[in-house]
Design a protein around this ligand. Sequence first.
Ligand code: ATR
Length: 282
Amino acid sequence: MSRDAKRVAIVGDPVEHSLSPVMQNTAFASAGLDWEMVRLQVAAGGGAGVIGRVRAGEFAGLAITMPLKEEAANAVDELDPASERLRSVNTAVALQSGSVLGMSTDGDGFVRSLYACDVELINRKVHVVGAGGAARSIIAALGAIDGCSITVSNRTFSAAVATAGLVDGAQAVGEEDMADAVRSADVVVNTTSVGMGLDQNIGAVPLPVELISQRHVVADIVYHPLTTALLASAGARGATTVDGLGMLVHQAVLQCEAWTGFSPDPLKMRVAAEAELSRRSG
Ligand code: ATR
């Protein structure tokens, strides 16, 4: 690296399987930037310390994953509106002033991934399955879209109620109302881990696929495998499907923009991520 080189890190525990370095290093190279992303394993309790290393100038920014998102939100100097609402950050940015800005790019990344597939969200009904951190980011972003109405269901109903409470008008639905909510939705999103990894062998799905028809857009945030059992069934029933790599890529685009000011090509980042995924499974 040259003297002008800048370094960012993906921090959390675990970080060894993160696709962030391959995506970001592809983005930096495509811009001719002498920037680099490295992996830094930081266990729970280390959030404030690593934010301090950004403040001290060691890193120009961070991508932040489990289990540090809340700790980092408490340690940064400023929060963007999304992360303020969520009290969770997936991005830290070293500002000229010496302060560290915390951001949450997951929700906007999800929305951008749908727009990239020509999916309309204005005045549409979205049903979100799951109520964890990813669901919270997505719902907060959907809540900023004109006329977008949101329903949420979850294995644990109390979590659905808490997550729906993030956005005025969003509604938690229990088991008895879930079928109606899915049938009447335009877009259905799986934010749970159901269908990930080993689940693919047993074809696990997070909702009854009989509820899906060709009028639906079905999005999954799981990207391993790229075609989850849910997306395969939804596609077979004529629905439009959006895989989970879209959200991962577009939240990374927003991170790169925040750190460097450069807007990278999502397609190049996606190709790099897919190549890495197939290298690992091959
Ligand atoms: P993330 O940050 O990826 O959202 P999380 O915060 O741990 O992860 O949230 C996981 C979500 O997946 C939760 O909504 C969880 O449901 P519970 O609130 O009932 O725990 C859901 N989830 C995980 N495993 C599940 C399963 N086997 N069946 C149904 N829902 C599941």
